[in-house]
Design a protein around this ligand. Structure first.
Ligand SMILES: *Cc1c(COP(=O)(O)O)cnc(C)c1O
Length: 394
């Protein structure tokens, strides 16, 4: 593997590793020792590919957005993860992890969720496989995200309210970890992004790498060249971006652009622009870049988009940023909302507000002639209609 992938010790440059309480060693070591072998089994690959095709609806189209292209003066292709079952890229990862859990002999699945998108994707695959599912969610988030809570319950999941701290994602994560410590034998913890202790960042990136694998093939069909000039994706923890970048990492001529959420502005005190504001440190089990105070307390992040409202980025992203392989930028709430409206008007596609952040960066780019640009449209905007309505006053 190249210098941009995880090494044998679980690191990307200085980032990554497994910084976990001793009580979690057995669980994490089991995964470290077995994940590659299981993922390479023929029966695993066969079932994974079949479910991606017939259940998720892959390959997702690579769509040349003509009116958007005309506006910006480049060929803009949208990788349509919004058309996946459950409406986003997250299902690629939960399908992969449920198959992994089965082969590890696990009977019970736990997950943490903020806005509920990862909780829904996890409850979905547990229903598909008939496995017990417990989703930890902050009490405040449960109140804010009633439709997703209803979806999870309808699919048979138990939603447990995290009552400590700020009663949001970070507290739900703590509860999930406590559960895993108490149930090391029969339980698998499905993490929803390229974060957490090694091997999670690598295994989630591998499951999401189907995005760039398909894109290369589709671009070749459409343009005769598998390599675009630019690849863009939004970054919360970084899983859709990791999947969108994966098979382009070694093609150094392809410019990779990761778009973070600047919220009300980088200097407003209300943002989630991790690389602009963060410092190196340990968050959720790995060494990375995170937003923190002088004395190392994690800063409360803010973004209008629930999926980008995270104070860190995965360790691979920290390394792509630090090594200069990727360019990390940020977009405010207002810029993202306008970009979401623009795509809707020009192409008849309502994007998730997360994805709108990647689209908004087109406004800041200048193109020379016929350049090819791929943007990961990570999810659809149905879940965000309330937000769009409030913002634009429809
Ligand atoms: C969760 C989510 C994100 C952010 O998560 P990443 O791990 O950074 O991809 C982005 N877009 C959508 C639609 C999401 O649901």
């Amino acid at each position: 593997m190249s210098k941009y992938h995880v090494n044998k010790k679980g690191y990307y440059g200085p980032f990554g590793g497994a910084y976990i309480p001793e009580m979690l060693y057995p669980n994490v070591e089991e995964l470290q020792q077995k994940y590659m072998e299981i993922m390479q089994e023929e029966s695993f690959q066969q079932e994974f590919q079949e479910l991606l095709k017939d259940y998720v609806g892959r390959p997702s189209p690579l769509y040349l957005a003509k009116r958007l292209s005309a506006r910006y003066g480049a060929n803009i292709f949208l990788k349509r993860e919004d058309l996946n079952h459950t409406g986003a890229h997250k299902i690629n990862n939960t399908i992969g992890q449920i198959l992994l859990a089965e082969r590890l002999g696990k009977k019970r699945i736990i997950a943490e969720t903020g806005a509920g998108q990862h909780g829904v994707a996890t409850a979905t695959v547990c229903a598909l496989k008939g496995l017990e599912c417990v989703v930890y969610m902050g009490e405040i988030d449960i109140q804010r995200q009633a439709p997703n809570v209803a979806r999870m319950k309808m699919m048979g999941a138990t939603v447990v309210a995290a009552q400590s701290g700020s009663k949001t994602l970070k507290d739900a994560t703590n509860e999930a970890l406590r559960d895993w410590i108490n149930n090391p034998i029969d339980t698998h913890y499905i993490i929803g992004s390229v974060v957490g202790p090694h091997p999670y960042p690598d295994l989630v990136a591998r499951f999401q790498s189907i995005i760039s694998e398909e894109t290369k093939r589709q671009l070749t069909e459409k343009t005769g060249n598998s390599l675009p000039d630019y690849v863009l994706a939004c970054v919360g923890g970084g899983s859709n971006a990791a999947g969108m970048f994966y098979h382009f990492l070694e093609d150094e001529q392809v410019k990779l652009i990761a778009v973070e959420a600047a919220g009300h502005g980088i200097k407003s005190g209300e943002s989630a622009a991790t690389t602009a504001l963060g410092k190196e440190g340990v968050l959720h089990g790995s060494r990375s870049i995170l937003m923190q105070t002088e004395d190392g307390q994690v800063t409360e992040p803010y973004s209008i988009s629930a999926g980008l409202d995270y104070p860190g980025i995965g360790p691979q992203h920290a390394w792509l940023y630090k090594s200069g392989r990727g360019k990390y930028v940020s977009i405010t709430d207002d810029e993202a909302m306008q970009a979401g409206l623009l795509l809707t008007k020009l192409e008849g596609i309502i994007p998730a507000i997360e994805s709108s952040h990647a689209l908004a960066y087109l406004e800041k780019m200048t193109f020379q002639g016929n350049e090819n640009v791929v943007i990961c449209l990570s999810g659809r905007g149905d879940k965000d209609l309330d937000n769009y309505m409030k913002y634009f006053g429809f």
